[in-house]
Design a protein. Structure first.
Length: 123
């Protein structure tokens, strides 16, 4: 269907049943590809397989865990720009520098392991 004037791309995709958006507490949203036709959404079709890969690797994408995974990913990639080998301790230090005591060492280690094992970050 043709989009309604003024719709954002996400609203248009939801309207056309390409994605489903679930409102969680009014501030967080959970997006899920609903199986609708992605034809005409070129930029979205290119990332569909990556989104599915991420969703299959990361077990829980609530606000807090998404923040953890994104911070670990950012920290790892930032360190990788300047180092050949990125050590776990360096990532932990970088995450703590960004987020303070918001995440325990075990949480950071587990997120890093999950992302490495799932191929989302590579040494």
């Amino acid at each position: 269907m043709a989009p309604i004037a003024g719709m954002t791309k996400l609203e248009e995709m939801e309207f056309n049943d390409v994605i489903k958006r679930e409102d969680l507490r009014g501030t967080d949203y959970r997006l899920q590809i609903s199986g609708g036709d992605l034809a005409g959404y070129g930029e979205y079709t290119r990332i569909k397989s990556k989104l599915e890969e991420i969703l299959s690797v990361l077990p829980d994408l609530q606000f807090r865990t998404l923040e953890l995974y994104s911070t670990v990913h950012y920290s790892f990639k930032s360190l990788k720009l300047v180092r050949d080998e990125v050590r776990e301790e360096s990532v932990m230090s970088q995450v703590r520098q960004c987020k303070g005591d918001g995440f325990s060492g075990d949480e950071i280690r587990e997120a890093l392991k999950t992302m490495r094992d799932g191929g989302l970050i590579e040494d």
